[in-house]
Ligand binder design. Sequence first.
Ligand SMILES: [Zn+2]
Length: 236
Amino acid sequence: MSPAERLLAVQELDTRSDQLHHRRQTLEVRERLSRASAVVQDLDERLGELEGRRDELARSQRRLEDEVSALAAKRVEVDTSMYSGQVRGPRELEALQLEAASLKRRQDEVEDQIIEVMELTEPVVAERNRLVEERSSAAADLGSFEAELQAAEAEIDAELAEVDEQRVSASEPIDAALLDSYEKLRSRLGGVAVARLVGSNCTGCHLTIPAVEVDRIKRAPENEVVYCDCGRMLVR
Ligand SMILES: [Zn+2]
């Protein structure tokens, strides 16, 4: 096998490796995964806002309920005084009655406010529950896409490992300097550093090589590396 033929075998493996890397980068499931991840993130944000609103309403409700408890306790106190038998005169009784009525009015008001807060809370909680369900299904999608991606990557990685191994043995007999110039050519010439000479055509640039030149190439010693004008090494 000529050095160019050996390099051609290495190039086939490098091309295969490039294709596998490209496939790994552009796996379709990656797109689905990133969309699912954006959906989960968006739901988390919306849930965060809703839960903030829900907690704020719960705090208001607790504050109002505490106020109702305080008012109820105060009313018990006033009632106790009124019926204690220790009220001195009708003016004191009247004052206590006014206070009792005012406490009751205030309690009724606060209880109405509690109902309003509960009415505001209800749709917030319902929407939050709906989003929790939506998030759980989005998270399940995300998980399955992640598993799918991992499996696809593992499959490609196994193929890559095999190609890498083959590349090591294919490049072993090749002179280090020649391999180095192959790699430089390959990165400069779009991945094709070695081409076949078919008739008088270079399969790298598809140009016809003049007959005199073809003749010279064909007569060159087997282990001499010959080049096309496009810069590629030619396999005769
Ligand atoms: Zn060429």
